[in-house]
Write a protein that binds this ligand. Structure first.
Ligand code: GDP
Ligand code: MG
Length: 710
């Protein structure tokens, strides 16, 4: 079966065309980075089925961003997976600018069919291109289509079949006039590149000259090529030549020479421009931005409350059902506490995450998100972050896993890494229940700051501010030290505003949530089972003789209490408790005892596991989460040997600081490993955050004691 690919600049309607061709319903969006992984589907043509790939948007084949690299890798795949031709989806309202990408494909000897999409929009603007002239100038088939109305798809099929039968019909060689010195450089580099034709090799040499050597580790570029590029660039610089403008300038000279830009009758995008005058205004725009973020947070933290409670109830119920169905014993405990409890602890956050994704999707599809990136770019840049890092950072308030995946829209590897390493500091929804418990159990309830701000509320707000501060500080410091690199300007398409479509937004939300679930779910499930086993075994001689005797004579009410006591005793003898005592010397200077230690071991799988682990530690059994109040009271009542409270407010503070800074999340580390394609960065992240957390908690606890608190 033949394979063809859909490619083109971001936001030209590739995915919409793909959905038309294959009858699928992939996510479309009005924001770059919506299609970050290539997708494939079948297109039924009269001559048979062919496979169609939808690849991420790219401006250039000299791929700098992750998305562009995915696109280029898909288009230039080796062997029989290589697309037989590329349908370049071109935005007819932005014709000339889009043709730059077409020209590069032609230069690389790739068979091309141009789909002039959004032709409906171009006509509405009174600026439809002269398609026959475009076809003649380029020398390859050009077809007018509209993914919105469905117009032109039969013609597109016919032209694709034509080129599949005779690829020469899709090939052309644009007459770029590169300076002779540049031709010589390309000729020197191209034999070192693996390509399927000399013209492809020459084109690749030009991409390498454009993109290698900016501190980016491009994939697929050998060390030899890299050092060769450096030499060539150094030689050119010494000769006073600017390679970038030689290459890019020659191409544009050719394109401009074709004079294909349609005469404009109406001013395009005028509505968008009028809106942007307000939205991008330094004062009004910022005010609007703050208002939008305010609503977003309000939604995230108060509107999702009933959903969260509902999810909790469902899982409690499932656990109870499992206990009813399974005979009491290890299997029932494993299913109810380990599996259902473990999965439940992840899914409790799903409503919040879905809501965040829905709202983000809504803002993206409307076109507003690109403006946000533009608005915050200056501030972010001062810190060493890229304007586009805003969406990932914001998503970090829900969960670091999808947030780290969202860094794919950042062009340079360095920017991605800086953002990836900052995101885990954001107060994710897993930290929230931990803070809630610690604040309720360890901070004084009826105390007020300045006479009216409850201490407990102030503490929660402080934790949120602290996390944002740490994330930004971490980016600023890492960006200037470990990940030093040149600053690049924000190149951002400001797409026209569109009314967000519910179907698109919901679908996008679901796809993102799905990747969160499969990414986080698996790790958490595995870890909870391991932890459950650690705290459950050994089962043997855990119950003391006294307790056994007491149980013999107990009444029904006493029996329940004794059961709890027995499970607490078993827990104290468990491998997990041994582990807690083992790490006690390390955490004692932070004010933590072995019980908190067990909780911290549990929290490594996922922060929220801290609560259920503590629940078990305090002998409350499986209902700890549900009876959060009870757990809180137990913690509050805990005394040291000398009768002083075991967990004074200072310990609570130290504990929250520890949670704010430490990398207690397997899923985050797993996704950093996947996205950075190395073990180095997750290892770095883990050690860096853990050391930081320890030091900060140490400072809080010891400093607080020195000042006479706790
Ligand atoms: P991609 O980034 O290239 O995959 O583009 P998408 O398929 O996600 O579409 C970007 C935006 O353009 C979406 O809002 C689409 O609804 C819109 N769009 C796509 N094709 C057309 C078209 O032919 N006409 C009009 N008017 N809008 C379109
Ligand atoms: Mg797309």
């Amino acid at each position: 079966m033949s394979v063809i690919a859909l490619a083109g600049n971001p936001n030209t309607g590739k995915t919409s065309v793909f959905n038309r061709l294959t009858g699928s319903s992939s996510r479309v969006g009005n924001y770059p980075g919506v299609t970050v992984e290539r997708e494939s589907g079948r297109w039924k043509l009269p001559t048979g089925e062919i496979e169609v790939l939808d690849v991420p948007g790219a401006y250039s084949l000299a791929a700098r961003s992750e998305e562009e690299q995915i696109a280029v890798r898909a288009l230039f795949e080796r062997g029989d997976k290589r697309p037989a031709l590329v349908v370049v989806v071109v935005d007819a309202t932005q014709l000339v600018r889009n043709l730059y990408f077409v020209a590069q494909l032609l230069e690389a000897d790739v068979p091309v069919v141009v789909a002039l999409n959004l032709i409906d929009a171009a006509r509405a603007l009174g600026a439809a291109p002269d398609t026959a002239r475009v076809e003649k100038a380029l020398g390859v088939p050009v077809v007018e289509v509209s993914a919105r109305t469905g117009e032109g798809f039969e013609a597109l099929g016919a032209r694709v079949q034509e080129v599949l039968a005779d690829p020469a019909k899709g090939r052309a060689s644009p007459a770029f006039h590169y300076p002779a010195a540049l031709e010589a450089d390309a000729a020197r580099l191209s034999p070192k590149l693996v390509a399927s034709s000399p013209r492809e090799a020459r084109a690749m040499a030009l991409w390498a000259l454009l993109s290698v050597g900016e501190g980016d580790e491009l994939t697929g570029v050998t060390r030899e090529v890299r050092s060769e590029v450096k030499e060539i660039r150094a030689g050119a610089a010494a000769a006073g030549r600017d390679l970038d403008s030689e290459i890019i300038g020659s191409r544009w000279a050719w394109l401009d020479g074709l004079a294909l830009a349609p005469a404009r009758v109406a001013e395009p995008r005028s509505a968008t421009e009028r809106i942007d005058r307000w939205v991008l205004h330094p004062v009004l725009g910022t005010a609007l931005f703050l208002a939008v973020m305010g609503i977003l947070f309000q939604a995230l933290f108060s509107w999702s409350e009933p959903l969260i409670t509902g999810t909790e109830k469902v899982f409690d119920w499932l656990g109870a059902v499992a206990r009813l169905l399974l005979p009491a014993g290890v299997a029932a405990d494993l299913v109810a506490d380990g599996v259902i409890g473990g999965v439940g602890s992840v899914l409790v956050f799903l409503p919040q995450i879905l809501l965040l994704f829905f709202l983000l999707g809504f803002l993206e599809d409307s076109g507003y998100m690109s403006r946000v990136a533009f608005l915050v770019d200056r501030g972010m840049r001062a810190i060493g972050l890229h304007g586009r890092a805003f969406v990932p950072m914001l998503s970090g308030y829900a969960c670091a896993v999808p947030a780290i995946m969202a860094t794919r829209t950042l062009e340079r590897r360095r920017d991605r890494l800086v953002t990836m390493l900052a995101v885990p500091f954001m107060t994710c929804s897993a930290r929230l229940p931990v803070y809630t418990l610690v604040i309720a159990a360890m901070l004084p309830p009826r105390r007020y700051l300045l006479g009216f701000v409850p201490v407990q509320v102030a503490a929660m707000v402080a934790m949120y501010l602290f996390s944002a501060f740490c994330a930004l500080a971490s980016a600023a410091i890492l960006g200037r030290t470990v990940l030093k690199g040149p600053r690049v300007p924000l190149l951002l398409e400001l797409p026209p505003y569109r009314l967000p479509r519910l179907a698109v937004v919901t679908r996008q939300m679901w796809l993102r949530a799905k990747s969160f679930l499969s990414e986080a779910g698996r790790v958490i499930l595995a870890c909870t089972i391991v932890l459950w086993a650690l705290l459950y075994f050994p089962r043997g001689a855990a119950v003391s003789a006294e307790l056994a005797v007491a149980r013999e004579k107990a009444t029904v009410e006493q029996l329940a209490a004794l059961e709890m006591q027995a499970s607490a005793e078993r827990l104290r003898a468990s491998y997990g408790a041994k582990l807690g005592r083992l790490i006690e010397p390390v955490i004692a200077p932070l004010g933590f005892d072995w019980k908190i230690g067990v909780g911290l071991v549990g929290a490594f799988a996922a922060r929220e596991v801290f609560i259920s682990t503590l629940g078990v530690v305090y002998g409350l059994g499986k209902d700890a989460e549900e009876s959060g109040g009870l757990l809180r009271d137990r913690i509050r009542a805990e005394r040291r040997l000398d009768g002083a409270p075991a967990y004074p407010p200072l310990v609570g503070l130290s504990l929250m600081v520890f949670f704010a800074l430490s990398a207690q999340c397997m899923s985050t580390l797993a996704v950093v490993r996947r996205e950075s394609r190395s073990w180095k960065w997750p290892a770095f992240l883990f050690s860096y955050m853990t050391v930081l957390a320890w030091l900060a908690s140490f400072a809080v606890y010891q400093g607080g004691r020195a000042l006479g608190f706790g």
